[in-house]
Ligand binder design. Structure first.
Ligand code: UGA
Length: 442
């Protein structure tokens, strides 16, 4: 099938590339000409395992191309995906300016009947706004063209995006016209091994499904973090409680790992947006509000443990930080707990020596740009030199089973604060470490 994907951010680039991988002919569009020129040379704006070779392969076999010209992309396309960003507005709502700008351009340039698919995460009712915007442009042009709206929220996870897209748990399609549904089924059937994975519903329910899914997962994490905090008070071990409750398959093992809070661009943004959507409809969402509050507090649990040990004034103290990205497998630092923890420690006078396998450039350029007393190291062991303690903040594979003798040798004092509960299996106390984790009394 011939497809145009507007927006080459995370979702747009992964979707476009994976559609091309299945043999569709895909044109990806972006207004950022530097980004497009780079993509033509297979230089990607993000790090995502497996994506770069897939982009390269599909450019070479002519199934994937990039342009800044939306008109050119629409000429051939049967299906157009809107995959531009919906950043958080000042009041927490999703900012729709980019989505509606694309809708306007589609209305200006479309020459034949198209299926228009919203893949960006958008508030319930956005499809109607997109439809009205396109119709307005068509009316201005005086042309009478039908088009079909579809909502197709994306559920991929950063770091596992290719696999999530190629073998999805489910494909959710919100539709109005049967012809559009038929086209979407045709497009997605190679990705859906069984028919149960293709779930068709009305457009508003599809839009809501995306928020409900992310809010449910965020709730599981905040719930578990709250249980972990209570465990610390009562002398229980959250790691054991996690296994105890996860074995009930109504609860399940996934997304109940306690830690230093969820980050990324999706959970924090979508939980806030859902809260705003509810409030705009005169409903006060108590649970969702608490999920957000628990997470904001959780990001500071590690720095609170540090203050408890060393006192409020951390002048002269040096901390080695392992991991800056909001999770392993990505260079993304949006809303990463590391940002909040590092700033809090520096504010109290501490010096930080940090290392991350992929996210150091992001940190230096954007998220920790003006932070003083923060140095970057070339390897995880280099961070330890002269440090009072080591902090594990992202559970990258290369951090999971380190050489503890080496850590002990390099650190000034053998103290580890584990924000991801990765080292509790190693009996660190017996190895001579002072060991702090989430959800178990110090
Ligand atoms: C999330 C969803 O998992 C995807 O399904 C969704 O498509 C995506 O948002 C989106 O809306 O685009 P992502 O933000 O890439 O994906 O990352 P996750 O793997 O979900 O992790 C989010 C955060 O939760 C991370 O900071 C992670 O460390 C934290 N987490 C996760 C925990 O603290 N505990 C857990 O048990 C699991």
């Amino acid at each position: 099938m011939k497809i145009a994907v507007i927006g080459t951010g995370y979702v747009g680039l992964v979707s476009g590339t994976c559609f091309a991988e299945m043999g569709n002919k895909v044109t990806c569009v972006d207004i950022d000409s530097t980004k497009i020129e780079n993509l033509k040379k297979s230089i990607l704006p993000i790090f995502e395992p497996g994506l770069e070779p897939m982009v390269k392969k599909n450019i070479e076999r002519n199934t994937l191309q990039f342009t800044t010209d939306i008109n050119e992309a629409l000429t051939d396309a049967e299906i157009v995906f809107i995959a531009v960003g919906t950043p958080m507005g000042d009041d927490g709502s999703a900012d729709l300016q980019y989505v509606l700008e694309v809708a306007k351009n589609i209305g200006t340039f479309m020459q034949k009947r198209l299926v228009i698919v919203d893949k960006s995460t958008v508030p319930v009712g956005t499809a109607d706004k997109v439809k009205a915007t396109i119709q307005k442009e068509l009316d201005k042009r005086g042309v009478n063209l039908a088009f079909d709206m579809v909502s197709n929220p994306e559920f991929l996870k950063e770091g596992a995006a290719i696999n999530d897209f190629m073998k999805p748990d489910r494909v959710v399609i919100g539709y109005e016209s049967k012809e559009a549904l038929k086209k979407m089924k045709q497009l997605y059937s190679p990705f859906c091994m069984s028919h149960e994975r293709f779930i068709a519903m009305d457009i508003r329910s599809a839009e809501m499904t995306k928020y409900a899914a992310n809010a449910m997962l965020a709730t599981k994490i905040s719930f578990m973090n709250e249980i972990a905090n209570i465990c610390e008070k009562v002398g229980a071990d959250a790691n054991q409680v996690r296994i105890g409750i996860g074995s009930d398959n109504r609860i399940g093992y996934s997304f109940i790992y306690p830690g230093c809070g969820y980050g990324g661009s999706c959970f924090p943004k979508d939980v806030k947006a859902l809260k705003k959507i509810a409030e705009d409809h005169n409903y006060t969402p108590k649970l969702i509000t608490s999920v957000e509050e628990v997470n904001n507090a959780q990001k500071l649990v590690i720095s609170e443990k540090i203050v408890k040990k060393y006192g409020t004034d951390l002048t002269g103290k040096v901390f080695a930080v392992w991991g800056l990205a909001f999770k392993p497998g990505t260079d993304d630092m949006r809303e990463a707990p590391a940002i909040y923890i590092i700033k809090e420690l520096v504010k109290r006078g501490a010096k930080i020596q940090a290392y991350d396998p992929k996210a150091m450039e992001e940190a230096q350029l954007f998220y920790l740009k003006d932070v003083e007393n923060l140095a970057y190291s070339n390897s995880k062991y280099d961070t330890l030199n002269n440090a009072d303690a080591m902090l594990l903040l992202t559970e990258w594979k290369e951090f999971r089973s380190p050489d503890f003798e080496e850590i002990k040798k390099q650190l000034k004092t053998p103290v580890i604060f584990d924000g991801r509960n990765q080292y509790n299996i190693f009996n660190l106390e017996e190895k001579g470490f002072e060991y702090y984790q989430i959800g178990k009394a110090d």
